[in-house]
Design a protein around this ligand. Structure first.
Ligand code: BTN
Length: 261
């Protein structure tokens, strides 16, 4: 990545300052958490071309070929109560969706809780890892990781070719990772400052959610539940699903559209 071009296009006051660029590392999450422990400031961002141990949600791995995705992690020190942790993921998901649209004009939805969807396929995801204060009353640190497929070719990967997509394919043209990153940093700075000022982006996040009103299957380690996704809970963003046993609330899990055949 051309870092001089990136620096000249970055219009943030504190987000992505300092920016730590490492071509190849285990995970930008791990690096950013280490920098956090060493006292680096809020806004510190790690950016990589390739991860050898990239992490996804729910303990999954996240791999993309070198140089073909936007891979970054941002250090935040939000000092908000732990029950609002999901608000950080919402801020990141909304900022990422806005950045994608600003960069390549491709309408972007969010699959609960934090997958970025374009043309019905996953284009990216967000992983938020937090640490509580010693007293446990506030989030002392959060590392927000964002991975977006920019030029990954899924055509030779049978298990992903119908479920994943890249911005190049969606937009039908090359998409600049630098433009995507600078838009992302700007949106994230603005949305995060709004959150700290008491203005949650929950309404915007939920208006982008896929499959509200549709029959879905929610898969968690404990159970698989089928029902109508009726909405999300205020503040926590938990998914509300109407089942034959009443409304069930999910804080985490995988959602798929439940199609009757
Ligand atoms: C998911 O969809 O499960 C979340 C994927 C998050 C991937 C990003 S890539 C940059 C950052 N570093 C990681 O190891 N994971 C996140």
């Amino acid at each position: 990545m051309d870092l001089i071009a990136l620096a000249s296009q970055l219009r943030t006051r504190w987000m992505a300052h300092p920016l730590v660029y490492v071509p190849r590392l285990t995970s930008t999450q791990t690096l950013t958490a280490r920098l956090a422990e060493s006292g680096w400031p809020e806004g510190t961002t790690a950016l990589a071309e390739e991860q050898t141990a990239g992490r996804g949600r729910l303990g999954r791995s996240w791999w993309t070929p070198p140089g073909q995705a936007l891979l970054c992690s941002i250090l935040l020190r939000p000092a908000i109560p732990p029950r609002q942790a999901q608000q950080l993921t919402m801020v990141a998901a909304v900022a990422a969706a806005e950045a994608i649209e600003a960069t390549c004009d491709t309408p972007t939805a969010i699959k609960w809780p934090n997958d970025l969807y374009v043309q019905g396929r996953k284009v990216g995801g967000i992983l938020t890892e937090t640490r509580l204060s010693i007293r446990g009353d506030v989030l002392e640190q959060a590392v927000v990781g964002i991975g977006i497929n920019v030029a990954v070719d899924f055509s030779s990967q049978p298990e992903l070719q119908h479920t994943a997509i890249s911005l190049h394919a969606a937009a039908g043209r090359e998409v600049s990772r630098i433009a995507l990153f600078t838009h992302l940093a700007e949106r994230l700075e603005r949305r995060y400052e709004e959150l700290l000022a008491g203005r949650s982006c929950q309404d915007i996040w939920s208006s982008r959610l896929l499959w509200i009103g549709e029959e879905v299957k929610v898969i968690t380690p404990e159970e698989t539940v089928v029902g109508i996704a009726v909405g999300v809970e205020e503040t926590t963003g938990a998914l509300l699903v109407r089942t034959s046993d009443g409304i069930k609330t999910f804080q985490a899990g995988d959602v798929v559209l439940h199609r009757q055949h």
